[in-house]
Design a binder for this molecule. Structure first.
Ligand SMILES: [Zn+2]
Length: 474
């Protein structure tokens, strides 16, 4: 693709080039915002369909709450207001007049949703409340980047209320696992689930769990978070209920979200020097059929085969690119940069032998397939590509993961090699801050299924009972 920066030359420049040239998104005239173009939105819609199904299968319902939140609501939970105030946009005027109370453009919806839960929840019979919202949110970004950090982004946010602490913790972990399955089985990105440290948790949460993926440059991306809010918000918003025994108690809450940021992850993990590589299960087009002819006689021979091929691909998201105003080379590179998993070429020679030439986007492998077997073969190939993309990402992560025991080694690895560093940490915020300051590496999470191993904190030498993951993060 002309004008595409090489991945190895400038990874950040390559990332932006791919998004612009594949027409996933473009810069908006509004500072810090982007326009998601039809191809990018098609990808997002496929993600929404799958994740929405998984959210509903776990018992949740969708609802919608307002974009603007009264400022006073926002101030009710002190950690929450402190955490979000610096990145909030505030509406001060409406209808040409200064408002009596400012309205915050939601950076997240806990406060407005809690105000409604206080009204809706009276008794243990009203619990649990399991609601999800698909929405846009605003967080003022000083250093915006397409998909990864934009002032306005799209996401889903789940908000649940429960009668007991144990039930809320179960819900938090259940949704974390929904995110893990979605990332691994649909996005083809292996992730490490686990709790965040105190300093990295969601403002107002008791505990925050994350799934962390490794991007193509070895850096970490937080791809989804699930928070156990405890009773922090229910106390601030007075969401209480009568228990079975007739006592009044505050509810236990969770919230969890996954955003358009994950579109960036698909680019960062799977893309190559030719552009995007779409995981088949989410690709807007899973295959593109390109008819090849030079004159009317060839066209008459090829077109019936294209029809047959297209019919046999029912159930596969397939596009026939028969535009005559573009040359073959142009079409090939366009679909390559857009990362369509399979290209199906049918020319006069193929028509004569009743076959198509099928080319994989991820490996470049080419094979001739008889037209009467095309549908089955393509469906099988799409499954193979999906699995192998995951396996390649997992192998890359393995190769970029190091176990380190000495601070000097950690500093050197962080500076020279990057990737995930598994090292011991004592649990103190001071050590975490020192390491962050000196190496730009943050603790991504304490892996949920980490092995117990006694060791010494790389920073202070105090005892530790397991390794945590350090990495530079997006
Ligand atoms: Zn320490």
């Amino acid at each position: 693709m002309k004008g595409l920066t090489k991945r190895s030359d400038d990874f950040a420049g390559w990332y932006t080039d791919v998004i612009l040239k594949a027409e996933l998104a473009d810069y908006a005239p509004t500072r810090g915002c982007m326009v998601i173009r039809p191809y990018g939105f098609g990808l997002w819609e496929n993600m929404v369909v799958q994740l929405d199904r998984m959210i509903k299968e776990t018992g949740h319902q969708n609802a919608y709450f307002p974009l603007l939140v009264p400022e006073s609501f926002f101030q009710q939970e002190s950690e929450h207001v402190e955490g979000f105030s610096p990145e909030c946009a505030v509406v001060t005027h409406g209808g040409g007049k200064k408002l009596e109370e400012n309205l915050m453009v939601r950076p997240t919806s806990e406060t407005v949703i809690c105000s409604m839960y206080a009204k809706w929840i009276q008794s243990y019979r009203d619990l649990p409340v399991l609601i999800n919202q698909w929405a846009n949110v605003f967080r003022w970004e000083l250093r915006p980047r397409l998909f990864l950090r934009t002032t306005e982004f799209l996401w889903q946010e789940g908000h649940t209320a429960h009668a007991t602490e144990a039930e809320a913790e179960d819900e938090t972990l259940k949704m974390l696992d929904v995110y893990r399955v979605f990332a691994e089985e649909y996005m083809a990105i292996p992730v490490i689930p686990g709790p965040k440290t105190e300093s990295e948790k969601f403002p107002g949460a008791l505990r925050t769990y994350t799934i962390e993926g490794m991007m193509g440059d070895g850096k970490a991306l937080q791809m989804g978070t699930s928070h156990n809010l405890g009773q922090n918000f229910s106390k601030a918003f007075n969401i209480n209920f009568q228990t079975r025994e007739g006592l009044r108690e505050f509810v236990w809450q969770t919230s969890w979200g996954m955003s358009t940021r994950t579109v960036g992850a698909i680019v960062l993990v799977h893309g190559d020097d030719k552009g995007l590589v779409m995981p088949p299960r989410l690709a807007p087009y899973q295959s593109v059929i390109i008819p090849i002819w030079k004159d009317e006689a060839e066209r008459a021979a090829v077109l019936p085969c294209v029809d047959q091929a297209s019919k046999s691909l029912q159930g596969v998201r397939c596009k026939v690119d028969d535009r005559e105003q573009y040359g073959l080379g142009w079409k090939f590179s366009e679909w390559e940069v857009k990362g369509v998993p399979l290209r199906v070429e049918i020319g006069p020679k193929d028509a004569a032998s009743r076959q198509a030439v099928v080319v994989r986007r991820d490996t470049g492998a080419k094979q001739a397939i008889p037209l009467d077997r095309l549908g089955d073969e393509v469906r099988t190939l799409l499954g193979t590509i999906q699995r192998e993309m995951f396996e390649r990402a997992a192998a890359f992560r393995e190769q970029q993961t190091r176990r380190v025991d000495e601070y000097e080694t950690l500093k050197r690895v962080a500076a020279e090699e990057g990737g995930f560093i598994h090292a011991h940490w004592c649990g103190s915020a001071a050590c975490e801050a020192t390491i962050k300051e000196e190496t730009k590496n943050t603790i991504r999470c304490l892996p949920l299924h980490r092995e117990r191993e006694s060791g010494r904190c790389v920073s202070c030498g105090a005892p530790s009972d397991g390794r945590v993951i350090f990495a530079q993060a997006y």
